[in-house]
Write a protein that binds this ligand. Structure first.
Ligand SMILES: Cc1cc2nc3c(=O)[nH]c(=O)nc-3n(C[C@H](O)[C@H](O)[C@H](O)COP(=O)(O)OP(=O)(O)OC[C@H]3O[C@@H](n4cnc5c(N)ncnc54)[C@H](O)[C@@H]3O)c2cc1C
Length: 423
């Protein structure tokens, strides 16, 4: 098994976009991080004739944006009913609408820039791991329909084989709005659109410091310095001590994926008759799908750490996938990799500002569409095309026990394992 990201192993950007190995002297906006957030912000700003440089310490899109499952589903990491309980119905409606519009935005960007990224909108199904999980679904679906106007369909156990080729689950809830794509092809296509709009894409450019210099910011990087009127931090799960005030607002959690060899057309049809995206109902969630070229992609974790050995994580994940799909017993898994999710304490994505420096992050496992959306939102706010965003209005919760090192993750992992056991 190769310890490589399947997406970038299979597809490399070649001539997709132009990148710059030197920095411009000054720009209107400097963006740290070249994932979906940074690139979507750059796209929207560049369309308003605002000069932009995207600064990336590795290669363009090196972070979670080229490593994810490629599944775009409505909702946020935090459950929408809990969002309603905490912020009220008006905000719940606004956040839900944003999460659905985020998938439309993804599609719009793909269409507008003719990004060939295997985008296909065949819906998803959330799968119940226990009877008690399934029993809660009808009331939940009714509430979402009544209060948010969004249709989801109950799939009882007896019909589950119309959706998935296993008897493992107790039923599920399907949603037609979701879609899937090849995350690296989308990322590089987005980068191409940004470079065509005239933004600088700077690779191998580690940002070492950001300091105020009069009314502007001086950004010191491994490629030299650059002056900007505004700075956006778009580093999500890879946020470090660059801006020390940001570190307590987000912590990294590892997510792990394995991908199989290509499956026969018959087996693909059996495992996923409708080509859905899938995730299950556990706290330690498993998410899975067929890749555009017909391999099983299986993701998850049973730990929150970011540094599990990739062979060990592959062995855990392959046991899980074979338990759900015994028919995959003899199928070889060819790739194993990991990436960092950015988690906030309230499980909400946030747009904010510290010392005048802007940031957008905290998507959990929902960043494909939401990071694109928040990057765009950030661009609209900075270019004056939008005056407000609900993501900047909610307070950004921190915890007194976390400043730099997420020492609490092993304890949290035990707690979630316990919840999975008793729920
Ligand atoms: C394994 C995995 C599976 C996932 N599956 C899904 C899924 O199926 N669906 C979904 O919606 N979401 C999924 N996600 C989440 C989604 O991928 C992320 O939320 C999203 O990509 C975040 O985008 P971003 O641009 O904010 O950050 P990233 O793409 O992580 O980019 C941040 C970048 O900042 C750079 N950086 C950090 N510090 C500096 C610095 N000082 N100087 C220069 N550059 C710096 C990093 O190198 C990195 O490239 C998954 C994530 C992972 C890891």
């Amino acid at each position: 098994m190769r310890s490589e990201v399947y997406w970038t192993d299979q597809y490399s950007p070649s001539n997709d976009f132009k990148f710059s190995s030197t920095l411009p002297e000054k720009v209107d906006v400097a963006i740290v991080g070249s994932g979906y957030t940074g690139l979507a912000a750059a796209r929207t700003l560049a369309r308003s004739n605002i000069s932009v440089a995207v600064l990336e310490r590795h290669s363009i899109g090196w972070g979670a944006s080229s490593r994810n499952g490629g599944m775009a589903t409505p909702g946020l990491k935090q459950d929408i009913f809990k969002i309603y309980k905490k912020y009220g119905m008006e905000y719940a409606r606004e956040f839900w609408k944003a999460s659905v519009e985020a998938i439309d935005l993804l599609e719009e960007i793909i269409d507008e820039h003719k990004i060939d990224c295997d985008w296909s909108r065949k819906g998803h199904i959330a799968l119940a791991c226990k009877q008690s999980h399934f029993d809660k679904l009808p009331e939940y679906a009714d509430w979402i329909k009544r209060e948010l106007g969004h249709a989801k369909t109950i799939v009882p156990k007896e019909d589950i084989n119309t959706e998935i080729g296993t008897e493992f689950y107790f039923g599920g809830l399907s949603d037609e709005v979701s879609g899937g794509l090849h995350p690296a092809k989308y990322l590089y296509g987005l980068a191409r659109s940004v470079s065509e709009l005239g933004a600088y894409l700077c690779e191998g450019c580690n940002v070492n410091s950001v300091s105020k210099n009069g009314s502007k910011y001086e950004i010191t990087t491994s490629l030299g310095s650059i002056i900007a009127n505004d700075v956006i931090i778009a580093t999500n799960g890879y946020t470090d001590m660059l801006i020390p005030e940001l570190k307590p607002k987000i912590f990294p959690v590892g997510s792990y994926i394995i991908v199989s060899e290509p499956l026969s057309a018959d087996l693909q049809k059996k495992l996923s008759p409708k080509g859905r995206m899938f995730y299950d109902s556990k706290w330690f969630i498993n998410y899975f799908r067929l890749t555009p070229d017909g391999r099983m992609l299986w993701g998850g974790r049973n730990d929150l750490s970011t540094d599990l050995d990739l062979n060990e994580s592959a062995s855990i994940l392959s046991k899980q996938v074979r338990m759900v799909f015994p028919v995959l017993e003899d199928v070889e898994f060819t790739h194993t990799w990991t990436g960092k999710l950015g988690i906030t304490f309230d499980l909400m994505p946030h747009i904010g500002k510290v010392n005048g420096i802007h940031y957008a992050f905290g998507y959990g496992g929902h960043g494909l569409s939401i990071a694109t959306y928040l990057g765009n939102e950030m661009g609209l706010l900075l270019s004056g095309q939008k005056q407000r965003s609900p993501f900047e209005e909610i307070s950004h919760q921190t915890m007194f026990f976390y400043r730099k090192d997420p020492w609490f993750l092993p304890f949290a992992a035990q707690y979630y394992r316990f919840l999975d056991w008793i729920s």
